[in-house]
Design a protein around this ligand. Structure first.
Ligand SMILES: C[S@@+](CC[C@H](N)C(=O)[O-])C[C@H]1O[C@@H](n2cnc3c(N)ncnc32)[C@H](O)[C@@H]1O
Length: 370
């Protein structure tokens, strides 16, 4: 059963997952807390959306006046391009005077909110105007690109399978954005340099680094985590280039001496920090075990980015593949391959107590801000 469901999810490339209202609200509130005028007078585009399903359009339309938006645009992707077979248009669409049986499966839709269309004295979700797009609503199409260029801020949960392209699409137009992605996207060569240079960062995020998305695929979460009609995905984060307060809160940390005396982690308490064999840096397996008085380079887990405060630390690089090689990680001596066949050039390694070379999990290299 679990395998069938996973196979289904893979066929759809994990793209038909819809974000919960609460998750959108929690994240957007963090930007508003930091700057109450962050959306004032702005045009917000919600691409790769589907207002008949999605909570992004609902959330921003309901808050149009409170946020002081100038214009809200939301676009959806055609059903045929999504390769969904068991689909029927909603009553909302079929009963609308704009319904077109020739376009319903093959064309994307655009929803616009910018005035009090029903003249009831306020601008809200009931004033959304819709029509079919010329094409299927692909974010890479010229017509959606033109909408991108017209807008100030892009917000969505883009298709996981096109995440790299989606980030490049935003960056080439130099827009502000708040989008959902997987933590592993940090290592993409299109993404990491932007993180290193503080051009993009993590948002406030999902509690425990995981959330449930609304999905018709059943998930394979353990019974305790399973919610009917939803799929649980771990390692999801928000990527953004809009400022929020959490990223300016320095992490409270102990000195190296205190970590060794008091750390709650057995790998640290009563031991010393491991030094890598092929790079001048120490291994810090937990973000809360970063020694605040260490002046050199430290290898930390990717989840450090959840707590990263650019006034406290700087990012030196990522110890993976070509990026690791470019940083100057020395190749491992080939004789070690016999002891650990998983060693790879461009990755860090250290020698454990038994004399066996070991690779830590993927590490980001950081240093205390000078
Ligand atoms: C992860 S879902 C998120 C939907 C919605 N934004 C939400 O979070 O509730 C991504 C959506 O993008 C659509 N999509 C896939 N490829 C696309 C493309 N090339 N252009 C536009 N949308 C696309 C998918 O069909 C899917 O509906």
């Amino acid at each position: 059963m679990a395998n069938t469901n996973l196979a289904n999810a893979k066929t759809a490339k994990n793209d038909e997952f819809y974000t919960q209202y609460y998750d959108i609200q929690t994240e957007i509130n963090a930007y508003l807390e930091y700057n109450p005028n962050v959306f004032r007078g702005k045009t917000v585009l919600l691409p790769c959306d589907d207002p008949e399903w999605s909570n992004f359009t609902k959330f921003f339309a309901q808050n149009f006046e409170t946020f002081g938006l100038k214009k809200l645009i939301s676009t959806s992707y055609a059903v045929e391009s999504k390769r969904i077979t068991d689909w029927q248009p909603t009553l909302f669409e079929t009963e609308s005077p704009y319904f077109d049986v020739d376009k319903t499966r093959t064309h994307g839709k655009i929803y616009v909110l910018d005035h009090d269309a029903n003249a009831n004295g306020r601008i809200d979700i009931n004033d959304l105007q819709w029509s079919y797009l010329e094409g299927d609503g692909d974010f890479r199409s010229d017509e959606v690109k033109a909408l991108r260029d017209e807008s100030d801020i892009i917000i969505t949960n883009p298709p996981f399978s096109l995440f790299r392209e989606f980030v490049a699409w935003i960056m080439e137009a130099n827009k502000q954005f708040v989008i959902i992605g997987h933590q592993n996207a940090v290592s993409y060569k299109e993404v990491f340099p932007l993180i290193k240079d503080n051009l993009i960062w993590f948002g406030v995020g999902f509690k425990g680094g995981a959330t449930h998305f609304i999905s018709s695929y059943q998930d394979i979460a353990t019974a305790g985590n399973h919610i009917e009609g939803m799929i649980r995905v771990s390692g999801v984060v928000w990527f953004t280039n809009i400022d929020h307060g959490r990223r300016h809160e320095p992490l409270p940390l102990m000195t190296m001496e205190d970590n060794i005396l008091y750390s709650k982690h057995k790998e640290i308490r009563g031991k010393s920090y491991i030094h890598y064999e092929n790079y001048d840096a120490i291994d810090v397996p937990y973000t809360d075990a970063i020694p605040i008085d260490y002046e050199g380079i430290m290898g930390v887990p990717k989840s450090f980015l959840d707590k990263y405060c650019p006034e406290q630390f700087e990012i030196v690089g990522i110890a993976e593949g070509d990026s690791g090689k470019a940083l100057g990680l020395k190749p491992y001596p080939r004789v070690l391959k016999k002891l650990n066949p998983s060693l790879r050039d461009g990755q860090l390694y250290y020698i454990d107590d038994e004399g066996i070379p070991q690779k830590p999990y993927a590490r980001i290299l950081i240093r205390k801000k000078q």
